[in-house]
Design a protein around this ligand. Sequence first.
Ligand code: HEC
Ligand code: HEC
Length: 410
Amino acid sequence: MLETLVRRLHMVRLTAAAVAALALMGCTGLIDESGGDGLTTEESAAKQAWLTKAQPVLAEFCVTCHNGSRANIGFVEGDTPIAQRDALVAFAPAVVNLTAPQSSRILTKGIHEGPQLSATQASDILEWIQKEKDARPDDGGGGPILETAQFLPQICVSGSPGSDTCPFNNVALDEIGSPGSTIQFTAQALGSGLYVSNLKLIPGAMGAYLEHPLFVSHPEGAEPMPDTIDRFFSVKMNLEMTATADQQQIAGGTAAFVGFLANAKLTIHFKALKTFQADGGGGGGGGGGTTRSGCQALAAFKTIRTAFTANVGGAANNCNACHGGQNAGATGALNLTGIGSADDAVVLNACNQVLIRVNLTTPDSSGVFLAPDPGSTHPFRYTAAQLNVFKNGPPGTGVLGWINAEKVAP
Ligand code: HEC
Ligand code: HEC
């Protein structure tokens, strides 16, 4: 996965240069559009891979539930295979990751109400995503990928954030699309990598809009190394200058970048970076999807949130013990960071994350229940009785209480 991503980083630079060169030359007909169907070689290869490898698998095993007949999960909706492909690539929250194909949700989903992909099926779909990525060197966003200049992170050794011994890193976004805005964070060296906290997007006077920030480490004399799990790939933020500190926080505000050296320079890439978008943004290749705008029943969520944080039958036996940032794999799959916060904006973040794992049509089939089911392969499982408490609670504390409130919320 790393290799393909690194290859992509190089390709991105080439592509940006090539775009500039083409712009200078004007349209000279130099672009070789092979195949006679108006597609580039890469586009043809991607289309072939979709039609012969990926689409047949999805059509056989996934389409029945994901064709739009059920709310919120219609990521292969469409009358033709090509329409289905376009829906899949554009679906929000993203299930296909063109920057780090192997981390695509569609591949990593595993058993849920739907089946798990076999290794062969997954590799067929991965082949398509990789080709799709090559066919869209600009990530579908219409323009070169946006990247900050390289900078050496200042390391926090002690003291409180912002003090001399624990300085904020302020990364200016002026030159790449969001004048006056900065990304701010503190960084600590870990044995295994770099621990970033207090991570924020601080908007300038015109506000800030970003999609999909990707941290990349540039160790001296070695290949650039992107965040191995590309954890922010579904992050989209649209802030006015007046945004509160909590709204500025990027995906919980912390991230442990395994393998990043403290003395290596960093860059941050973005899929989209602009000033505040009054229409809510969209663009950037995604957009167009009809997404529910997130949790509507926050009060109900707050009354049941202890279901995710209270220990069951032993110390650290609760969802938040792994999904609250401690375990990167777990937190990447379901991010509960901040669920216990006193601040509603932070809790709302966590609620939105949980909602992604909820099936509002058939609540019993929600990922949050299937994962800890006694029969699942998830690292933590309840007994049937414990699962029942988690779902139904003593009144007021069961997760279903909140889900039912979301169902009827406008
Ligand atoms: C019998 C119905 C059904 C089938 C078949 C099915 N799914 Fe799902 N899928 C669901 C439901 C319900 C949800 C929403 C709840 C959840 O996340 O578990 C969902 C959600 C998802 C999500 C998005 C949510 C996330 O975790 O980010 C992905 C990706 C997914 N399914 C992949 C697949 C794939 C791949 C297949 C085919 C191998 C498939 N599904 C087949 C019912 C189904
Ligand atoms: C011991 C650590 C641990 C605990 C405790 C834990 N999880 Fe997980 N969870 C993981 C890991 C690791 C993953 C990543 C994917 C995997 O291995 O299934 C994950 C993945 C998930 C997923 C995504 C599965 C999917 O469909 O891709 C859901 C949903 C989930 N956990 C829910 C929960 C809930 C709800 C609880 C509490 C009842 C919980 N987890 C407790 C470690 C944990």
